[in-house]
Design a protein around this ligand. Sequence first.
Ligand code: ASP
Length: 291
Amino acid sequence: MAKQNPIILSTWNFGLQANQAGWSVLKEGGAALDAVEAAASVTENDPSITSVGYGGYPNEDGVIQLDAAVIDGKTGRMGSVAALEGIRNPCAVARKVLEKNKHIYLVGEGAQNFALKEGFQLENLNTPQSAQWYAEQLKKRSADQGHDTIGVLARDEEGELATACTTSGLAMKWAGRVGDSPIIGAGLYLDGKIGGAVGTGVGERAIEVCASFAIVEFMRNGMSPQNACEELLRRVVNRHRGRIDFQLAFIALNREGRFGGAALQEGFEYAVYAGDENALRPGAVYGRDFQ
Ligand code: ASP
């Protein structure tokens, strides 16, 4: 088959650095799965990004519990970990689950034991900044509702697709709360023959509509990635009878390399790198750019 142009896209402005790492894999002819994992690990390792990995947002007990998942379009395999403590790269652990190809989801202590057996190091994921942030939240009556997941989609030069998603989840979440990010079909979904989608925002609102799965099904039925993201958000708005006091945003990529992104609220952007320029794009906003 003729070589395809690789492409990688990632949520939020920190997606620019993530894309850079993913692109260095793709430009050497590497696999989309390796690219999305490399991209996600950059964000996970960066303590200045307070919503993912090391230095992420603590839960209500002051503990950082991480959620992550990966899907490989080439093999159709998936791996996911949720409420994982003490391991800074949950996406790489999810990748190991994918490779073992026996189970798809591992949670909590079982996920941690699996990671340790696979050679991951246990560490305290709280940084002085995250500990201080937590101490401040305890003094307040209501917590800052911090969030921002990194979701990555890539196509490699073989035309194969992959996606990854990794987050510390909603700030001050209940211990044991699992968001959309590790849930196949909610926070991310990908069918190697069609395309993929990945989201960010209030996970409960994505879980209740099987959001990423729906976006991929819209693409299967002929919608562009952009229209598919918008159609899903319309569905969310209808479900909430037009009352949208939360953020939810998605990006999507199809097998042809077309992509799109949309959000319920202002402020969502995503980074796209297809070889020429690694650039931020604003997501289309509900009520302003589409209805
Ligand atoms: N979707 C994530 C969650 O609900 C949070 C986020 O995207 O910021 O856990």
